[in-house]
Design a protein around this ligand. Structure first.
Ligand code: SF4
Length: 321
């Protein structure tokens, strides 16, 4: 066991012998299977602690594609594991909980998007990475919350844009770019549960704290915060900022990483209600079981995967950084 891993162990529930036993078994099997464990920023803290990489969904998939691992255990939700499978067709991608889905990604399917495209034949389709492989396959460009503004701004000015599935991220992009965007009425139930009242109460409780919110939040919340940032941008911003305390308006899992990376700063949730139930379906026991049984393997129909990859590649072409 290397020293970095020993340190991680010490951070995990000191005194919880059962967890430590599970973690040691995970590490052993991970080596035997030549696997990497990826954890999204919204995962429970103990899952982020045992992961090889934690981050946002696309960043993790790109990281995984570059490793020599044969197996990717994706601790996140289904569309993330699908994206990893699209970008790493030669690797086995496992999702430790089959029912960890994203309600927002499921708010539009390929048939609905095909119908929408037929109603707006001249429009370009931009899909948020939080979408199914089938929806990505029907899109011209994929984007993340971190690059959506830059990507849309780079598209030909005379083209309308269909943005799916998140209406809030789409509206944020329209505001920032001034582009004519047709929005699909999807939303993230975790982010829309964060209210103006929550943010106002948190500001009153923590005067002087800088408020960072995710653009999946409703407009009323976006209008009263200091910074609108993706999770990856929040992590960078918190490190660089001179501010010493922050209120976080996104899924509360990210606060674990923010605190770990900035021990001299304080982070407070805008509301403890901002919990994604699907993200929290992954546990240490399920990660171990996943490696033992090599389940649940996520595979994508090759024709769908190839078209979905094209929308991801077009994003990377437009935004080479
Ligand atoms: S936080 Fe929202 S967008 Fe992210 S996985 Fe959960 S439901 Fe989907």
């Amino acid at each position: 066991m290397d020293s970095a891993f020993r340190l991680k162990l010490l951070r995990i529930k000191a005194g919880n012998i059962l967890s430590l036993e599970i973690i040691e078994k995970i590490q052993k099997l991970k080596a035997q299977r030549n696997a990497v464990i990826l954890a999204h920023n919204y995962q429970p803290g103990e899952i982020q602690d045992i992961s090889d990489y934690s981050g946002d969904s696309l960043g993790l998939s790109v990281e995984a594609a570059g490793t020599r691992a044969d197996v990717i255990v994706f601790c996140g939700v289904r569309f993330m594991a699908e994206t990893a499978a699209i970008l790493s067709p030669d690797k086995k991608v496992l999702l430790p909980e089959l029912h960890a889905g994203c309600p927002m990604a499921d708010m539009i399917n390929a048939e609905e998007l095909i119908k929408l495209k037929a109603e707006h034949p001249d429009a370009l389709v931009v899909c948020y990475v939080n979408s199914t492989a089938e929806v990505k396959a029907e899109s011209d460009y994929c984007c993340t919350s971190g690059n959506a503004v830059e990507l849309v701004a780079s598209l030909p000015a005379d083209r309308k844009i269909l943005f799916v599935p998140d209406q809030h991220l789409g509206r944020f992009v329209a505001d920032r770019t001034g582009r004519d965007i047709i929005l699909w009425p999807g939303y993230c139930s975790t982010h829309v549960s964060i209210t103006v009242e929550d943010v106002a109460a948190a500001k009153q409780k923590h005067p002087g704290a800088l408020v960072m919110a995710h653009p999946e939040c409703p407009r009323s919340v976006c209008d009263i915060v200091d910074e609108l940032l993706s999770t990856a941008q929040m992590l960078k911003f918190a490190k660089k900022s001179d501010a010493k305390s922050f209120i976080i308006a996104t899924e509360i899992g990210i606060i674990h990483t923010l605190r770990k990376q900035n021990p001299d700063k304080e982070f407070f949730a805008a509301t403890e209600r901002a919990v994604c139930p699907d993200m929290k379906k992954i546990s240490l026991e399920k990660v171990l079981w996943s490696l033992e049984e090599m389940k649940y393997r996520i595979t994508i129909d090759p024709e769908v995967a190839s078209r979905a990859k094209a929308s991801l590649d077009r994003m990377i072409e437009v935004l080479p950084k």
